[in-house]
Design a protein around this ligand. Structure first.
Ligand code: ACM
Length: 759
């Protein structure tokens, strides 16, 4: 009987597998739509389908037609209808939907696909449709039945591109825009001028590009500035006005607005190199480098002339004028600046900067443009109508929003993609500590420090990339993607629709699309390369990979394998004796070995003893001691009294928020009670990175690369009591994260109220 039903079940599953799908499809659209429902079944897209468009949506229909032809070799006819859309095929219907700019509805049934919205809305509906297409070009193309109604949370969903430190060609910029558009990112912040290069044609000042865009040439001549901050020594290039118009049109067709940035008064070395009259005469920045504009009438006239030509090109209502990292002390030695201070009653160099920015603001307003600047423009007094881009953390943005100025949040570290995205030692050179995609995803642009009215001044968020350490476009793509997808979701989707596990699943589903587009996004990590403390006699682990066709070379001897090592396919089963410790090192390739990543983990053997009995009365909870410090040194902490102590008795052990500037070190101690002998897994919370001890043995170490590599303890524990203690550094970022969690052998999360007690 039992046997029969098993066979029957198998038969049913097989039959269903051959015919229709039994479950609704997992939709992996990024960013997460506002409302999404799925049903069984598919729309089958073949050559017979027609794309029906009205006049307003015709260009978007053509875009979709082109996409299907390019990536799926599917040539569909495009028909413009006058009044009534066709009843089959793909229909784009221009209509005024309720909701924010960009709102759309997408419906897929077995009989037809309908996208409705207005302008950008239709385009975004088409992008969602593109993400419903199969990831590989198989025939027939099945699109899962679903209904989406969607609109963006923020109107500013940005990504920057620094073309000064490394110059990117028009085609490379267009590809960047293409990918932005796929994920509904809508502002490209084009960083066009900086110390290392002036990259935009200005007719009135031809030397800006004749000299300022030719770093490599002048460097060779020995005439130029020291450019050892550039990994490739700098490359030449600039965009002609025709090229800029071409890029603008391309972006406009993809509903991407381009924000031009012309840097002032700092970061102006290339301009000064071409026109030395602009430079601050007594620059003290460095002997061979003059980066600061002198606040002279010549400079103001020059910048107004430049901006006049920029404004004539760019339709965007905003112009970014930089304003960051100006070496204002140079002005204290500049006769021009000193005379200006006297004349205008400016008390210090910050007020000179404020004067400078305000004059430029006035000029922009006279041309019907709005000024955007980095948060340093708050110093010395913010220009009346300025929009602030908050990059040195969130403080500038918060201050500006409180003053009722518009703000774009692009704070360090979360939005800085020049940081490595995993272990610094194993990633290409980058700046700052690592920034994982998880850190990006968890970022919330509307700080809880703002009232709802103030928070309304936050226009959105933006990921930034600086290219000093980026020598080519594939490397740019490696640094920006997939982190930019996290920006796309946090800037588009409402908070309630964010779900990091679902996002991770969806993100991994994008890689076949990346392959179609030839986008060199950083590969996902192997599942199973974790730092592990264990009391097991053998190390048993299965390494899994989310992308099919990937291969891994691995070693357990401490040497990182390279491309000459023997590759194996996933999954990989490792089962080896464990005496003291093992170093697991992996070299993973995918996409015909065009891409690779390294990972490394230490598996360490520990001995853990329990107390079989504990006589004192058991009180649930964990005891915390909170210390304020200027530096992180846990050994020294006991010398000073804690500022407070507390006991958390219920719920998941959380960590405390920090609101002042000091470092807050938290020590905690308690007891873990194990009722049944078995295997357990203790994991530390992401972004918390505590060090944890069981029976005074370290079982999680939170020091190096602490935010980027999973840490866990896999322990066989006997029935009994285990002393449990540890410490961590509390920050704003980790204040709402879970400190640790304990799972049983079946992977079930245990309730701390049942196992955690005060010592
Ligand atoms: C910046 O990163 N200097 C704006």
């Amino acid at each position: 009987m039992i046997r029969f039903s098993k066979i029957y079940l198998l038969l049913v599953i097989t039959c269903l597998g051959l015919n229709t799908k039994t479950t609704t499809a997992q939709i992996h659209v990024i960013p997460q739509p506002l409302h999404l429902t799925t049903q069984k079944g598919d729309f089958v897209l073949n050559r017979k389908a027609v794309i029906g468009v009205d006049k307003e949506s015709a260009a978007i229909g053509k875009y979709l037609q082109g996409y299907l032809a390019q990536y799926y070799k599917l040539q569909l006819a495009l028909k413009v209808y006058a009044q009534i859309p066709p009843s089959t095929g793909i229909r784009l219907i221009s209509s005024n939907l309720k909701g924010a700019d960009g709102a759309y509805a997408l419906s897929v049934t077995a009989g037809k696909i309908t996208v409705s919205g207005k302008g950008a809305g239709i385009f975004y509906g088409v992008q969602s449709l593109i993400q419903l297409l199969p990831q590989v070009s198989i025939k027939p193309l099945q699109i899962p039945v679903c209904a989406i109604s969607d609109e963006p949370r923020f109107q500013w969903r940005g990504l920057s591109l620094d073309v000064c430190r490394h110059f990117f060609t028009v085609d490379e910029v267009k590809k960047y825009i293409d990918v932005m558009a796929h994920y509904k990112l809508n502002v490209l912040h084009w960083h066009l001028t900086d110390d290392e290069g002036w990259r935009i044609q200005i007719d009135k000042y031809p030397k800006l590009t004749e000299m300022g865009a030719k770093i490599a040439y002048y460097a060779k001549e020995g005439k130029f500035r020291k450019l050892d901050n550039l990994v490739d020594g700098g490359n030449d290039g600039f965009y002609t006005k025709a090229e800029i118009r071409d890029v603008l049109k391309y972006a406009q067709d993809r509903f991407v607005t381009i924000l031009p940035e012309i840097e002032m008064p700092g970061h102006s070395e290339a301009a000064i190199f071409a026109y030395p009259e602009l430079g601050c005469k007594d620059s003290t920045g460095a002997k061979h480098r003059v980066r600061m504009l002198d606040p002279s009438e010549y400079t103001f006239k020059f910048m107004e002339d430049v901006l006049t030509e920029v404004i004539a090109l760019f339709p965007n209502q905003y112009v970014h004028i930089g304003g960051d990292e100006a070496e204002m002390v140079d002005w204290l030695k500049s006769p021009t600046a000193v005379a200006l201070m006297r004349k205008e009653g400016l008390k210090n160099e910050k007020e000179v900067q404020s004067y400078f920015i305000k004059r430029i603001e006035k000029f922009l307003i006279s041309k019907n443009k709005k000024l955007v600047g980095w948060d340093e423009i708050l110093q010395g007094g913010l220009a009346e109508s300025a929009t602030v881009m908050s990059w040195r953390g969130e403080e500038g943005g918060i201050e500006a929003a409180r003053m009722h100025h518009h703000v774009i949040m692009t704070p360090l570290p979360y939005m800085y993609f020049d940081a490595p995205q995993a272990n610094e030692q194993l990633e290409p050179i980058g700046w700052n500590p690592p920034v994982t995609w998880q850190m990006v995803y968890n970022y919330e642009p509307q700080s809880s420090q703002l009232t709802p009215a103030e928070a309304a001044y936050i226009l959105g968020a933006q990921g930034n990339i600086w290219t000093e350490k980026i020598p080519n476009a594939p490397h740019l793509e490696y640094m920006v993607f997939p982190r930019a997808l996290a920006v796309a979701e946090l800037a588009w989707s409402i908070k309630e629709n964010k779900n990091i596990d679902r996002f991770e699943y969806k993100m991994k589903q994008q890689y076949p699309y990346f392959k179609l587009w030839n986008l060199n996004a950083r590969l996902p990590d192997i599942v199973g390369v974790d730092h592990v403390f264990t009391n097991a006699e053998r190390f048993k682990q299965t390494l899994q990979y989310p992308l099919s066709g990937a291969q891994v070379r691995y070693s357990l001897n401490g040497k990182m394998p390279d491309s000459t090592a023997r590759p194996v396919a996933f999954p990989v089963n490792i089962d080896v004796p464990l005496k003291d410790s093992i170093q697991l090192k992996t070299f993973t390739t995918w996409n015909l070995n065009a891409q690779h990543i390294f990972q490394s983990a230490i598996i360490k053997h520990v001995k853990i003893k329990s107390r079989e009995v504990y006589t004192a009365e058991l009180k649930p909870g964990l005891g915390y001691k909170i210390f304020k410090a200027k530096e992180i040194n846990y050994a020294k902490l006991e010398a000073v009294p804690p500022v407070s102590m507390m006991v958390i008795t219920t719920g998941t052990p959380m960590i405390m928020p920090v609101t002042d500037g000091d470092i807050t070190c938290v020590k905690f101690s308690g007891m873990i009670k194990i009722d049944a002998e078995g295997d357990y897994e203790l994991t530390s919370g992401f972004e918390v990175s505590p060090t944890l001890y069981l029976d005074n043995e370290p079982v999680i170490r939170g020091e190096k690369n602490r935010y980027v590599e999973p840490q866990k303890a896999v322990l066989h524990l006997k029935k009994g009591f285990y002393e449990f203690s540890g410490y961590y550094t509390a920050t704003e970022a980790n204040s709402k994260q879970t400190l640790f969690s304990l799972k049983d052998a079946g992977g079930k999360l245990l309730d701390p109220a049942v196992y955690l007690f005060l010592l």
